[in-house]
Structures are given as structure tokens and as C-alpha cells.
Design a protein around this ligand. Sequence first.
Ligand code: ZN
Length: 255
Amino acid sequence: MSVGKYVRFEARGAAAYGRLEGERVEVLSSAPWAGGRPTGATHGLGEVRLLAPCQPTKIVCLGRNYREHAAELGNEPPRDPLLFLKPPSAVIGPEAPIVYPPASRRVDYEGELALVIGKRCGRLKPEENPLDYLFGFTCLNDITARDLQKADGQFTRAKGFDTFCPLGPVIATGLDAGGLVVETYVNGARRQRGATTEMIFPLDAIIRFISSVMTLEPGDVISTGTPAGVGPLQPGDVVEVVIEGIGRLRNPVAA
Ligand code: ZN
């Protein structure tokens, strides 16, 4: 896959996929992983509202994939990838507000590198390369009601509220995933910084492992875990997940 940046956007009340060319959006006939081709129409980037860049059937997340983050919450690094799901109903795009649920008093950011699947992928054979099923990379903020995660002893409610899965702003293809750096900023101050080289499980092992459990569909999202430095958000804050080569996923927090 060559280097490119893909978006999903709304213009004049209609949603579409597009390819970013500088400050212009070339409209595609469908999702790029579904063979979408340029329709010939274009928009200025300033004329469209960016949406989450894909519509996943599921969001598969890794817990504790960075040693320092596992340690900061008092956990041992896992022997196998630790999986959980976020529901598609939690997904929001850039600039959409993260809404603080009344049930929680402690909502945390978790900046993460996310993978977008390009081809249906299940039970990969040893000779198959998992990265052949990858379309590209985006930013994900794995918003977590930390108090409810502790109270429940599992993750579904704490990670599953509406608006708890900001995604975007673009899907970047053709990146060298080996040395990507994930950073999270709250109100402009850097709170997290981690390199993909510090992950316990590398990207190909993650895709292979998940494919041994569940079939991944085109447009599905895998989030690869958060580095150390997680912390709380308050209504009125602005949180940004920044990954070089992808961009800046910016969301306000609302009460
Ligand atoms: Zn996470």
C-alpha cells in the first residue's frame, strides 16, 4: 500500500469516504479498502466536517501492551495479548465531544495507535503475513471510566459508554510502523509519550492472535494499547492524541 491519507467526511448533509490531497478532499465512490475510486468531485478540507475515518463492526483493544503502563496500574505484563472490545456505538470523530457519564467520577484518556483492517482476516496460517491484511493506521483515544473499571472487575461498561472511542483524523497508509511515537496532550500539556518499539506484542503478532479468536472484517479497528502516563479528564478539557504521519485527534470533554 502506497503512502496516502484517507478520511470519511460529511458535506452538504451527505457522508462519504475521501482521499486527502494537501488541502483538498477527493471524493471516493466507497471505502478505499472496498475498491472505492475517485468520483471526480473534490471539496476543500475547510468545507467538510471530518467523521471517524471508518465504520468498524468491532473495535478490538489490547490491555497492558506497554510494560510501564501495566506497572503504573499495578499489573504484571500479560503472557498472551489481553483483549477487550469497545462497541461501535462508542465511536466519534475529530472535534466531537467526549461526554462525561453521570455514573463516573474518573474518566481517563488513553492515547493509542490503532490499526484498520483492509481484508477479511480469520485464522491466519503460519505462512501468511498478518500485515498483508492491514489497510492503515489511525489515532484512537481509549476513553475509560477508571472508577467503574475497578468497581466492575471487567471492562465492558467502563470502556463502552457512547463517545468513549474518538477515532481519526485520517487513516494513513504506507507508514513504517516500526518507529511511530504516540503522544497525548491535555489542554496543550503533554501527558503521554510512547514508541511502538516499546510494545510487548508487535503488530503482526497482535493481528495473528486476534484472527485466531475472531474474524476481522474490512474497516474493523484494533487498538494496540496505551503507553504510561494515563490520567483524568474534566469537563472543559481538550484532549489530543498525536502520531507523526497520521495527525492530531482532538476532542473536547463535555459534562
Ligand atoms: Zn487502552
